[in-house]
Design a protein around this ligand. Structure first.
Ligand code: FES
Ligand code: FES
Length: 157
């Protein structure tokens, strides 16, 4: 149906009410309606991870998620991961390890890594690599990305 829906989202601790068509992706809602353009549109069909955000603490692909399905959810985008005075540890580690070149995949990599570390399923570097394999980097920054994530993982354990 093409009825406009009312969707309430909390994004980076701010509440928003959107009037939205049912087929609008969460990615488009964030970028086009809330001007949160840190979340990137790579493929727009679930294959690159550039659009990864956190929904109620879990990583999701916002291009494959309809905004209406997330009514009432807490969303965190790259704009919301830093503390009030300092970067998120993963943001710092990405800088320290040269974990980006063009930076297009970076917001998704960082949101995905936050979710992955929260899941706490990876013990080894190989497992981290496997659980991050949905986030592609065309620039070949992969080893720096995994180095950065491993550093934060070790700090946390
Ligand atoms: Fe969502 Fe590529 S833009 S996975
Ligand atoms: Fe360019 Fe990853 S830094 S795609």
């Amino acid at each position: 149906d093409n009825v406009i829906h009312k969707v309430m989202l909390t994004v980076n601790h701010k509440d928003y009410t959107l009037q939205i068509l049912p087929w609008v992706s969460l990615l488009d809602a964030l970028r086009d309606r809330l001007n949160l353009t840190g979340t990137k549109k790579g493929c727009d069909h679930g294959q690159c991870g550039a659009c990864t955000v956190l929904c109620d603490g879990k990583r999701i692909l916002s291009c494959l998620t309809l905004a209406v399905m997330k009514n009432g959810s807490q969303i965190t985008t790259i704009e919301g991961v830093a503390g009030p005075l300092e970067l998120h540890p993963l943001q710092k580690a990405f800088i320290d390890h040269d974990a980006f070149q063009c930076g297009y995949c970076t917001p998704g990599q960082i949101c995905s890594a936050i979710g992955m570390l929260q899941e706490n399923k990876a013990a080894t570097r190989e497992e981290v690599q496997e659980l991050m394999s949905g986030n592609l980097c065309r620039c070949g920054a992969n080893s720096g990305i995994i180095d950065a994530i491993m550093e934060v993982k070790e700090q946390q354990s």
